[in-house]
Ligand binder design. Structure first.
Ligand code: ADP
Ligand code: MG
Length: 990
């Protein structure tokens, strides 16, 4: 009841909002009618005039107001130009095409919604590609670059070429980003008024620009003003599950997957034997009428091996299944039940939670893996151990610190082992070959379970990928380390204004609002929708379900009605293909390899007699036009063989038919064996309904109530998935703030005309801190002037002796000033010897190099931290809070370390080696000999309290002159700033 009222209110709010745009639509049409007489050049002249005018406005609010003012006329100009283009022949993606579109009124409405920075929900076939041109044109007039984001490269190219006709007619430039373009080419594309591309290309360009480019010239993007995201749900929701990551091989690798693989395999075999036994027990109990016992046994079996074949067969009987569900419910009912569940799991070697995607080793499993040491796979209780160490009278302060460090190390090792085993268990029990991944060319490649598409280059995080590699016996790639990363969410938050369009956004309205601050309007269709959505057909088993679907296809095909079959996986597509072949029904299976081919196949799916099988979202963005005589047969028939986890994807599939007022129908086939039903829908109620109807083999059910049940299950999954995405984002937000600081600083360095001032700033900031840390004695500490001199002399070639520095003659502040000045002077002296043009490049390089190297190390540490905080969650701590606190402390350290590193490299890099050597030779020689006064240790660069407390192993410091240049990769840009690669510039002689 309440829902109904709510819907009514929301529905009418949307109607009100859309209705309020009507006067603007009328206005646009009036203006447009008056444009017919003008020559073509007048259109371009208007573009130029507006561009000139807007270029002068700097204030964002004033600019937005100016755009709103221009809107009716600008939209009219676009509409009128579209009219002028009608009949023009063109080639789009090598296909001939005639322009035949003039925006409908609803398209004008959609365009205004996008311009306002909202999501326009417009059904498939409503012409969203054209809709975008209206706000794109208007906003491109600012000259600040408008991005249009598509789901794949092919669509980016298609839309850029197709809509480009209109833009270029109007005098604007259009670019398109494709996967294989070199940087110079990309930059040119971004310089255009309008740029089409996919979200990952845009995102990766951003990461490369800010995390890797070492000069402005290497950056390709020029800001983030306005983006329109096509198929916005697919990009901002589905794709947002995996962040964009640029990674390289990790410097250290700790995994032991290959070592543990045989052990885990034994364990899995053991469990399989156990589970088959359980299956027989369950069968026996059933035959003897001991239903409750059978239910419990089956539930245990499900925990041990969720995809056990006999189990799946047993579950085909709804009564048996109900017994199992009942047993499960008992366990989750109360604390007693939960205790019993723990005990039940302990009778297995490990337990698998299919729903949570988790696997856990049990006591029995642990002792099987390591019979001698039952604690080999348990985390030590660090807190108690630390307290014991603290209270140990036999240990002095250093001894305590060392003992704690040793225990910490032990704990880390244990955690790593447990982690390896758990990931292997997951790889074996939850990740199926050819479903979640495929093996090709000795590599494990992830398959997007939504689209069935392979995702080359992407890797599961957290060691899972290596675990699967170990399982498949392929080369285990070195752990990769994150070099730069951003979530899709945070990338799109960079834009000042964001608009989105899709056929299906309504079910996710909350998420769009909460995460992207995107409001949503549903735009009515141009023609009334004539699609018939039938009730779901529900079966006991998959087999029955597929047979029924095949029958339906056969029936429709017999009449010549085209059928589009949507499946939830590549596996299901292939199975159906084989079944159709047996029936001798000609068909096409979409094997999502090339987007373009895919688009061509899907485009033909509406022709008479065609049968097309494809995964749910393949071919998205391609229009399915009905062939001749198909309307009379009822239009395109969409059949789905499974309900997807998300209602949105189902709606998307239904929307493939009945576009622009065409007839069409959709029907879903569901079975109790489907994952969705097994995991989320096997409610008592559903089984009860089934029993009331007395369902027999091969029989089907359909009823609106059952649809409701299925949708409730879907809502539950959607909610869970949303929470997971939000979690990812909450964690990334922490990093996002840090990334903004670091990227901001990097850009400042790159832009700086005079990087020397930045270096002087670092000196002025670090030296007083250092001086204070050595000379200002804390409680129970002595000032350490020798330590200070040692640090100075190992960082700068000053050769300061005790006598010469005479630190004891000055106050702490005076010493700061004195040393800062001395170092500055020495640096000025060195700088005077350098080649002045190259010096700026070198100075930038010194800073950027420090930032990048340490930021990447920091990212690596942050990855580790993320795992670590989950372990702390056992101690009742909120992982996110822990993560935030530690991440902050680490970041403060990072900034200090970066500055220290800059100082370290200041005198170790030169553009003029000869002059530099002479300078060094002229400096006091004390630098070059080991000073007997203090042991030549190098103080930890960071001044954080934690690092200061840790015992430092003394390291003999290297003479600075040994490394006259910071390490440069052969393909890196040359530090001299020439813009050439190092190997073909200064590196050639080396
Ligand atoms: P969507 O992205 O909304 O599913 P498309 O942009 O792919 O739809 O367009 C669907 C089809 O409708 C295309 O063939 C396109 O040419 C056609 N179309 C769009 N707008 C118009 C229009 N105003 N007049 C005629 N045809 C149109
Ligand atoms: Mg589209």
């Amino acid at each position: 009841m309440f829902n109904w009222i709510l819907k009514k209110i929301i529905g009418s709010k949307n109607q009100r909002e859309v209705r309020r745009l009507q006067p603007s639509v009328r206005r646009i049409n009036e203006i447009e009618a008056g444009l017919n007489e003008l020559p073509d050049e007048a259109m371009r002249a208007k573009t130029l005039e507006w561009k000139d005018r807007l270029a002068k406005i700097e204030d964002p609010a004033a600019l937005a107001a100016a755009l709103n003012e221009i809107l009716p006329e600008a939209f009219a100009v676009v509409k009128n130009s579209a009219r002028r283009l009608c009949g023009r022949q063109m080639t789009v993606c090598d296909q001939p095409l005639a322009w035949n579109m003039v925006p409908f009124d609803v398209q004008l409405v959609g365009g205004m919604i996008l311009h306002r920075g909202r999501i326009a929900e417009m059904a498939t076939g409503e012409g969203k590609t054209l809709v975008a041109t209206l706000p794109v044109y208007l906003n491109a007039l600012t000259g600040r670059g408008v991005h249009v984001v598509t789901v794949n490269d092919y669509l980016a190219k298609r839309d850029a070429e197709w809509m480009g006709q209109l833009y270029t007619f109007l005098g604007l430039t259009v670019g398109v980003i494709q996967n294989d373009q070199p940087p110079e080419y990309r930059r040119a594309q971004y310089q255009c008024d309008i740029t089409y591309g996919t979200n990952s290309e845009f995102g990766f360009d951003y990461l490369r620009d800010n995390g890797m480019a070492t000069s402005r010239e290497q950056q390709v993007q020029r800001g983030h003003y306005f983006a329109i995201v096509d198929e916005v749900d697919s990009i901002l929701i589905d794709e947002a599950r995996t962040p964009l990551i640029i990674s390289g091989p990790a410097t250290i690798s700790t995994h032991q997957y290959d070592k543990f693989k045989p052990l885990v395999e034994q364990l899995i075999r053991k469990q399989a034997i156990l589970c088959n036994q359980l299956a027989s027990e369950a069968k026996e109990a059933l035959e003897a009428g001991r239903r409750d016992e059978a239910g419990r046994t089956m539930f245990k079996l499900k925990l041990g091996q969720p995809r056990n074949k006999p189990l799946l067969r047993l579950m085909e009987d709804p009564e048996v299944r109900r017994a199992m569900d009942k047993a499960e419910l008992e366990f989750y009912k109360d604390t007693d039940g939960k205790a019993a569940l723990v005990a039940l799991k302990e009778e297995l070697y490990f337990s698998v939670e299919e729903r949570q995607h988790d696997a856990d080793l049990t006591e029995m499993g642990r002792s099987y893996l390591n019979p001698d040491d039952p604690n080999a796979f348990v985390l030590p209780d660090l807190l108690t151990e630390f307290a014991d160490i603290e209270n140990d009278p036999a240990l002095d302060v250093a001894g305590k610190t060392a003992a704690k460090a040793a225990r910490q190390q032990h704990c880390d090792n244990q955690a790593e082992r447990i982690h390896n085993i758990t990931q292997l268990l997951k790889a074996y029990c939850l990740y199926e070959k050819d479903v979640e991944y495929v093996v090709e060319e000795n590599k494990v490649m992830i398959v997007d379970t939504f689209t069935g598409r392979k995702m080359p280059g992407r890797r599961w995080s957290d060691g899972l990928h290596q675990a699967v590699e170990a399982k498949e016996g392929v080369q285990i790639d070195r752990e990769t380390q994150t070099l730069a990363t951003i979530t899709i969410q945070n990338y799109f938050r960079l834009y000042e204004k964001l608009g989105g369009m899709t056929g299906t956004a309504e079910t996710e309205a909350n998420e769009f609002h909460d995460i992207y601050r995107l409001a949503l309007n549903v735009v009515p269709t141009n023609q009334a929708v004539r699609r018939v959505d039938e009730n779901d057909r529900i079966f006991k088993t998959r087999r029955e379900k597929y047979s029924a679907a095949i029958e339906a296809i056969k029936l429709a095909h017999g009449k010549g009605q085209p059928v589009l079959v949507g499946t939830a996986s590549v596996e299901a597509s292939e199975l159906l293909g084989r079944m159709l072949k047996l029936q001798k029904i000609p068909h096409t299976v979409l094997n999502a390899k090339y987007h373009m081919q895919e688009a061509e196949i899907v485009a033909r799916a509406g022709l008479k007699g065609s049968v097309t099988i494809s995964t749910n979202m393949a071919g998205r963005g391609t229009d399915i036009k009905l062939g001749e005589g198909v309307s009379e047969l009822g239009g395109l028939f969409v059949i789905a063989t499974e309900r997807h986890e998300s209602r949105r994807i189902d709606r998307q599939l239904r929307g493939r038919c009945a576009r622009q007022g065409d007839p069409g129908m959709s029907r879903f086939y569901v079975s109790f064996e489907d994952d969705l039903m097994r995991n989320f829908g096997a409610s008592d109620r559903m089984t009860k309904i089934m029993e009331t109807f007395g369902l027999k083999e091969g029989e089907e059910l359909e009823h609106p109530w059952l649809n409701k049940s299925v949708e409730t299950a879907q809502k539950r999954v959607e909610q869970r998935n949303y929470l997971m995405r939000r979690r990812t984002l909450e964690f990334d937000d922490v990093m996002n703030q840090q990334r903004e600081v670091v990227y901001g600083y990097r850009n400042e360095v790159m832009d700086s005309e005079n990087p020397r001032t930045l270096i002087q700033e670092v000196i002025a900031e670090v030296i007083p801190k250092k001086v204070a840390s050595f000379l200002e004695a804390g409680e129970g500490e002595e000032p350490d002037p020798d330590g200070l001199l040692q640090w100075i002399n190992s960082t700068f070639p000053l050769g300061l002796t005790r006598e010469k520095a005479a630190l004891d003659t000055r106050s702490v502040d005076e010493n700061s000033e004195y040393l800062t000045k001395t170092i500055r002077d020495a640096y000025e002296q060195k700088a005077a010897l350098e080649n002045p043009d190259a010096l700026r490049g070198l100075e930038r390089y010194i800073i950027l190099n420090a930032v990048d190297r340490l930021w990447q190390e920091h990212l690596y540490a942050m990855d580790g931290l993320r795992d670590a905080v989950y372990l702390r969650a056992f101690g009742q701590k909120d992982p996110l809070v822990e993560y935030k606190n530690d991440a902050y402390a680490m970041f403060v350290d990072l900034m200090d370390t970066i500055k220290a590193e800059v100082l370290n490299n200041l005198f170790r890099s030169t553009t003029n080696l000869q002059a530099f050597e002479q300078l060094l030779a002229s400096l006091p020689q004390s630098l070059l000999r080991t000073d007997p006064l203090a042991a030549p240790t190098r103080q930890a660069a960071a001044s954080s309290p934690t690092e200061m407390n840790e015992p430092e192993s003394p390291k003999v410091f290297e003479l600075p002159i040994k490394r006259e240049m910071p390490k440069v990769g052969r393909n890196d840009p040359c530090p001299c700033g020439s813009g050439k690669k190092y190997k073909s510039c200064c590196g050639r002689t080396a």
